[in-house]
Design a protein around this ligand. Structure first.
Ligand SMILES: [Cu+2]
Length: 218
């Protein structure tokens, strides 16, 4: 299948449709407001406020709530962006850098430090397992071969969009050894539901062995 940028259709097809819907809704809404105002003026004089302190208090309380939510969202978002559980992930060189390519319907993992390649069929018994070191910053460079996918590690509450023609970076530190499931969380077609992988977290020594053995020993 020849490669086609997913954004082409978004701009040439969906944006005009969305603009038309927006226009129709706006016209109906503004028309309704205008009609209602004319009717009201006929009946009663417009009264802006009956109890100024209460209404002002309401505005202040709402402002505080909205401000808190916006501030909290920015704070949490930047924490996620900078690497989960570790600000130093930004300043130290990651111990592992892995290029991840999503495609319909599985994952390819390529290690930058050694010619190690991990993939699978994403069927029961053949999910790819990406091996990473514990306690050290790990960097995933995410891109897609076809449509938009999403790289999701539910147990760590991290998720990144995986786009064609673009690389999104995710840095995080896995606190201890273990094995966790990762999933695609962007609906991408027929076998989306089995587009899973495993992250196996091993000691830094085992990780080095894994790299030097070409991806067999762990
Ligand atoms: Cu997918």
């Amino acid at each position: 299948m020849p490669f086609r940028n997913v954004f082409d259709e978004a701009l040439s097809v969906w944006a005009p449709i969305a603009a038309a819907v927006f226009f129709v809704v706006s016209v109906v809404l503004l028309g309704a407001i205008a009609l209602n105002r004319v009717k009201r003026r006929e009946k009663l004089p417009f009264e802006a406020s009956k109890n100024t302190p209460v209404e002002l208090g309401y505005v202040v309380v709402l402002g505080i709530i909205v401000g808190g939510l916006v501030f909290g969202s920015f704070l949490w978002n930047s924490r996620l962006h900078n690497g989960v559980g570790l600000a130093q992930a930004q300043v130290t060189t990651p111990a592992a850098r892995i290029n991840v390519t999503a495609y319909r319907w599985c994952w390819d993992f390529n290690y930058q430090a050694a010619p190690v390649h991990v993939t699978g069929q994403c069927t029961v018994g053949d999910f790819p397992t990406v091996v990473v070191p514990a306690g050290q910053p790990v960097e995933f460079n995410l891109t897609s071969d076809d449509v938009i996918h999403a790289f999701w590690l539910p147990d760590f509450a991290v998720k990144r969009d995986v786009m064609p023609d673009h690389v999104n970076t995710l840095r995080l530190v896995f606190p201890h050894e273990g094995r966790w499931r990762g999933r695609c969380s962007e609906f991408c077609g027929t076998h989306h539901v089995t587009m899973d992988f495993f992250v196996r977290v091993v000691s830094p020594e085992q990780y080095q062995q894994f790299l030097h053995s070409g991806g067999t020993a762990v």
